[in-house]
Design a protein. Structure first.
Lengths: 143, 254
């Protein structure tokens, strides 16, 4: 009989992984909260009749520069919501031990694009931005 | 915006352009064009010459802008002159039809300066009716006008009611009809003796755009409600999944 009882290998591995899991879970939660915030902002900027013309040009000044800024904000909130949602979903999937599937990425892509229903300009720039984000995420992912 | 050049002859009684004005936001009638507010953005814009009676007269080239909304027709006249006269005016004579003969013009809207360039650029707006080319002041003034001199360029702005005049002295500008408008430049306040240069244009009074746009906005709104409610629902489901992820992780590890 051995003098020291060897601890099961499985338990040790689980202990080592615990802080990493917590870190990933934290990332899932924070990214989801940020995605939620940008989704609400997108609702205000892209979804409501109040801001159909654009909140900035409606309340500040109707000029081309302000219109550009207005559309940039509209595109920006959608892209940021998508970016944080992708991070959150990616980490969520990592926790559950599954990879993010292509159809899930396409689903998120569709959900982001559908927010641009009110403006063709916003749609075009959001589409470009979404592909840029996907390319960036593809580049930085662990091989 | 659609402008048709009908006649290219320089006869004083022939309309040179037919305006089919677009609908747009009402500009402020203040003699200024505020581009930050996109004033006159939808106007039909054309350059025409106001000609005198002499055949050798080069005339005054003016920018003529015309636009409309459901209750008013808006006309802006802009031109550059080296020497503006203190009692300069622009009159808009309105025919009761497309006819351009002198007798056809039965209504006149006039912006008359009293001391242009030498005082505080005071002006008055007058509404006249015309009988056999003679002008008589209306008992009730309808419409509005304003003007402003900036350097040598002057901007006149007129607002003329459409489809809602109860005044018998005014031409009732009806939707779907075309009317002749004579733009007249003069240099002292005696009408019509001081009518110096003029030209005639036709303006179609357009019907208000159909309610399709409003229907489209309503459809947009309904779609937005559905889309963002759906997104909210999906996000709520995802949040629920995150809350219960610890159990899932435990199950995966086991």
């Amino acid at each position: 009989m051995p003098k020291f009882k060897k601890e099961p290998k499985k338990k040790t591995k689980s202990k080592k992984n615990l802080p990493r899991d917590k870190l990933i879970l934290k990332s899932v939660k924070i990214s989801a909260i940020l995605a939620g915030i940008f989704l609400v902002l997108s609702l205000f900027f892209n979804g409501t009749e109040w801001f159909f013309e654009g909140i900035i040009i409606k309340y500040i000044k109707r000029e081309i520069y302000w219109e550009i800024l207005d559309n940039t904000i509209k595109v920006g909130v959608i892209l940021l919501a998508f970016f944080f949602m992708m991070i959150s979903l990616g980490n969520y999937k990592e926790l559950t031990g599954k990879p993010v599937k292509l159809k899930e990425i396409l689903f998120l892509l569709g959900l982001s694009l559908i927010q641009t229903i009110r403006s063709l300009i916003v749609f075009i720039f959001t589409l470009i931005g979404l592909f840029a984000i996907l390319f960036y995420l593809y580049l930085i992912q662990e091989s | 915006m659609f402008i048709t050049v009908i006649f290219l002859i320089s006869s004083s009684n022939a309309a040179i352009i037919d305006f089919e004005p677009d609908y747009g936001y009402a500009p402020d009638i203040d003699g200024e064009i505020d581009r930050s507010k996109k004033e006159w953005e939808n106007a039909s814009k054309e350059v025409i010459n106001l000609l005198g009676s002499s055949p050798t007269d080069k005339g005054i080239p003016i920018k003529l802008w015309v636009m409309q909304n459901g209750s008013n027709l808006y006309i802006s006249v802009q031109f550059d002159l080296e020497n503006h006269q203190p009692q300069e005016f622009i009159a808009i004579l309105i025919s009761n039809s497309e006819a351009t003969s002198n007798e056809s013009f039965v209504d006149a809207k006039i912006l008359q300066f009293t001391d242009l360039g030498i005082g505080r650029d005071n002006y008055n707006y007058f509404d006249y009716y015309m009988v056999n080319e003679k002008l008589f002041r209306d008992t009730e003034f309808n419409g509005e006008a304003a003007a402003k001199l900036d350097d040598n360029e002057i901007i006149y702005e007129f607002r003329i009611p459409v489809n809602n005049s109860d005044d018998d002295n005014d031409v009732f500008l009806d939707f779907g009809e075309t009317y002749a408008f004579k733009i007249v430049y003069g240099e002292f306040a005696e009408y019509p003796a001081s009518f110096k240069k003029s030209n005639i244009v036709l303006i179609d009074i357009e019907y208000p755009p159909k309610e399709k746009e409003n229907e489209w906005i309503l459809i947009h709104n309904i779609l937005c409600v559905i889309i963002f409610s759906g997104l909210g629902g999906l996000f709520a489901f995802y949040t629920y999944k995150i809350i219960f992820i610890k159990k899932k992780i435990r199950r995966v590890k086991e």
